[in-house]
Design a binder for this molecule. Structure first.
Ligand code: FMN
Length: 168
């Protein structure tokens, strides 16, 4: 039988095989400063009304900020934005400063400038699931840009271009 320890490692290894895009979830701190975290556990939920979800660990600073503000921005990163993904993936106290030129505003939320799509969301529900919370956001504004997506696979950032697409 698999032990809890081996399941824990296998869980991480299995999910590392699941290629995803990379997003940054942005919120505002009480001071008005922009706070961000890199997130791959996001998905679309409903078209009418337009809803999305993001799954955030209880330990993340973003968790409390999203609970407090009831809003978040979501930016889908472009392949050239791996440095931004890395910046927002380490603990906030270890991060250097990110140039304000990388941040813009979409309606009521901060988002990442140059991302290939971004959304401004109002939180309508938060469902606790284990050590994470599934936040459901109602999308109030959307920006769609150009460019190839940054991809996360096997604990590395990479690229996927339309040239990789295969006809089946
Ligand atoms: C590619 C990638 C995807 C990540 N996705 C998530 C995620 O979906 N949910 C989450 O809670 N943490 C995720 N993380 C970890 C957070 O980005 C990391 O813990 C961050 O430091 C949290 O920042 P905060 O404490 O300022 O909110 C991810 C990290 C990486 C590198």
């Amino acid at each position: 039988m698999q032990t809890a320890e081996s399941i824990n490692q296998l869980y991480r290894d299995a999910w590392s095989k699941f290629a995803t895009g990379v997003t940054v979830i942005t919120t505002l701190e009480p001071s008005g400063s922009v706070h961000g975290m890199t997130a791959s556990s996001v998905t679309s939920v409903s078209l009418d009304p337009p809803l999305m979800l993001v799954v955030i660990g209880e330990e993340r600073q973003s968790h409390g900020l999203i609970e407090t503000t009831g809003r978040f921005g979501m930016s889908i990163l472009e392949v050239g934005q791996a440095d931004i993904a890395k910046h927002f993936a380490i603990p906030p106290e270890s991060r250097g400063s990110l140039e304000s030129e990388h941040i813009t505003t979409l309606s009521k939320s901060p988002v990442i400038k140059g991302s290939i799509a971004s959304m401004d969301c109002s939180v309508i529900a938060g469902h606790k699931a284990g050590d994470h919370t599934v936040f459901i956001g109602e999308i109030e504004a959307i920006m769609v840009g150009d460019g190839a997506p940054l991809v996360w696979l096997e604990r590395q950032f990479g690229r996927f271009s339309s040239q990789n697409l295969q006809q089946h």
